[in-house]
Design a protein around this ligand. Structure first.
Ligand SMILES: O=C(CO)COP(=O)(O)O
Length: 252
């Protein structure tokens, strides 16, 4: 099917990467420039590499993103990073509400909603992650869970233009498992419809990414699914050749 939105391929490095791994970011930059402007490529390294990664990628069209942030713009929050700090380092995107933050750090929809507000106020774009656990899927609650995450974590009073949503089933992350094409199409269609209910006429502009065990070998199939406008990639984004192969698999 024809895709109308510019695909976004985003790499989430999670808690991986030392300064020596900036070579991999340079390789993503060099290869990504060849993939051309048809696909938007963003790398989200750990905070410690953000500024260096951004300066490596400056002017290349390859974007840089953070993996989390605090909702406030500054203050007495030891160990936290504020949205304007990410912007100051050269980031343009921030991943929010990743299941590893929801489950390991107990992040609630309400906190994620405040973070989205803070990120938008700083002029950054949020990549909001949603997704169900294996148990929630096996008991038929996947759509309800994601519906609740969307309703609870997207502030009603903000524009959704520029917002990116990543559907990442928890059970597919780092496991090698992926949902069926039918299940992904159903979920992405559901997310689009939910956005349309609250922001009539705007939902079609929001890119919906799929994330969870995306690899070069399954990327073309996953990226061709209706309402899949790109991917959020963990493990495979650490290897420039694999990440670029996924970007090259976008149907553009
Ligand atoms: O969590 C993910 C991206 O945010 C997906 O991780 P994997 O690609 O390693 O399954």
């Amino acid at each position: 099917m024809t895709k109308t939105l510019r695909p976004l391929i985003a790499g989430n490095w999670k808690m991986n990467g030392l300064r020596k791994d900036l070579d991999e970011i340079a390789a993503i930059r060099d290869g990504g420039v060849k993939v051309g402007g048809a696909v938007e490529i963003v790398v989200c390294p750990p905070f410690t590499l953000l500024a260096a990664a951004a300066s490596l990628c400056e002017g290349s069209g390859i974007g840089i993103g953070g993996q989390d942030c605090h909702p406030e713009k500054k203050g007495a929050f030891t160990g936290d990073i504020a949205p304007p700090m990410l912007k100051d380092c050269g980031a343009t995107y921030v991943i929010l509400g990743h299941s590893e933050r929801r489950l390991i750090h107990g992040e609630s929809d309400a906190l994620i909603r405040d973070k989205i507000k803070g990120v938008q106020a700083a002029g950054l774009a949020a990549i909001l992650c949603v997704g169900e656990t294996a148990e929630q899927r096996s008991t038929g609650q996947a759509l309800a869970v994601v519906g609740e995450q969307l309703a609870g974590s997207i502030p009603r009073d903000v524009s959704i233009e520029g917002l990116v949503i990543a559907y990442e089933p928890v059970w597919a992350i780092g496991t090698g498992l992926t949902p069926t094409a039918e299940d992904i199409a159903e979920m992405h269609g559901f997310i689009r419809a939910k956005l349309e209910e609250s922001w009539p006429g705007k939902a079609a502009t929001v890119r919906l990414l799929y994330g969870g065990s995306v690899k070069p070998s399954n990327a073309a199939k996953l990226l061709a699914i209706a309402n899949v406008d790109g991917a959020l990639i963990g493990g495979a984004s650490l290897i420039a050749a694999d990440f670029l192969a996924i970007a090259a698999a976008c149907p553009v």
